[in-house]
Design a protein around this ligand. Structure first.
Ligand SMILES: NC(=O)c1ccc[n+]([C@@H]2O[C@H](COP(=O)([O-])OP(=O)(O)OC[C@H]3O[C@@H](n4cnc5c(N)ncnc54)[C@H](OP(=O)(O)O)[C@@H]3O)[C@@H](O)[C@H]2O)c1
Length: 282
């Protein structure tokens, strides 16, 4: 039976350590979130992020824009936060409404305040092997693998999904950690065969119970990023109950990757505060 990679426990411990570090430092980190519209899932994620801020002693402010806000309004909001000397980190909750050009909004965030790690400059640094701010979900996954001393170097890793927030940065972080990485997506031929080769499998598709035991190599480490609703329950991309019988380690949903994402956001915000304080002191 697989080891359960307990993201909740690991994240709680990380948040407690971070709280102490903030208390012991002269830092008073400040995060701003920007949301457009009233999508219930997005509102819930933003609430969870503000709650984590409170838990660790980060001041946070939330800006809510109307559902019909044009790109210009969202960009102007971000530019104002860039100029605000009190703000260390800016998080724009995605997805933005369809009329908003998300790429323009992300590019507007100052790279030094880009605690989500989605700005092209930060993604470029990550892909060139000199990471600075890296996207929270894949970074949280790397931290969880490290917590359970799962060897990454030399392993064969398969990432299913190639989104800019999860799949692509995940592949870069694994590559930087010396894994041999295959990225799969909806056009991948022989998908099952590719997945079955994984020592470390990361699924970020968004399809309930897509990954079945037949697709998983016995002994593989299985990381489930997916958040899906099935019969009124929150489930991942992986058929957890069946796959845990053959995997060597597996993340649950909920309680796996999600809490690690939020803990990483808190760490990135503290880092931004620290770097901005140092910059001001020089
Ligand atoms: N736990 C967390 O903290 C966290 C954070 C972020 C996201 N998530 C969850 O993770 C999931 C993925 O998120 P995302 O933002 O990466 O989603 P996304 O932007 O929709 O990307 C999904 C990816 O999965 C691929 N895909 C879809 N169906 C597939 C199939 N049948 N076979 C192979 N590949 C397939 C897509 O391929 P194409 O590129 O070819 O279309 C795409 O690359 C969602 O459930 C999301 O809610 C969780």
């Amino acid at each position: 039976m697989a080891t359960i990679l307990d993201g909740k426990k690991t994240a709680d411990r990380k948040l407690a350590v971070l709280r102490e570090k903030i208390e012991d430092s002269a830092l008073s980190p400040h995060l701003a979130t920007v949301i457009a519209g009233t999508d219930p899932a997005s509102l819930m994620y933003v609430r969870m992020k503000h709650k984590a801020c409170e838990q660790v002693g980060i001041t946070s402010v939330g800006i809510t824009l109307p559902e019909n806000a044009p790109t210009r309004t969202v960009v102007d909001t971000v530019l104002e936060l860039n100029r605000d000397a009190d703000i260390d980190g800016i998080l724009v909750q995605l997805p933005l409404p369809a009329q908003v050009d998300s790429r323009r909004v992300i590019a507007a965030v100052h790279p030094g305040k880009d605690v989500d790690g989605f700005h092209p400059e930060n993604l470029g640094l990550l892909f060139s092997g000199r990471p600075k701010f890296t996207p929270c979900t894949p970074t949280g996954i790397m931290a969880l693998l490290a917590e359970y001393t799962i060897p990454v170097a030399g392993s064969r890793a398969v990432v299913v999904g190639r989104s800019i927030d999860v799949g692509r940065p995940m592949s870069a972080l694994l590559t930087n950690a010396d894994a041999t990485v295959t990225v799969c997506h909806s056009k991948t031929r022989n998908l099952e065969e590719e997945i079955r080769r994984a020592d470390i499998l990361v699924s970020a598709i968004g399809k309930a119970h897509f990954i079945t035991p037949a697709m998983v190599r016995p002994g593989a480490v299985v990381v489930d990023v997916g958040i899906n609703h099935l019969d009124g329950k929150l489930v991942g991309d992986v058929d957890f109950e069946a796959v845990k019988k053959i995997a060597s380690a597996i993340t649950p949903v909920p309680g796996g990757v999600g809490p690690m994402t939020i803990a990483t956001l808190m760490e990135n915000t503290c880092r931004a505060a620290k770097e901005r304080t140092c910059d001001r002191a020089l």
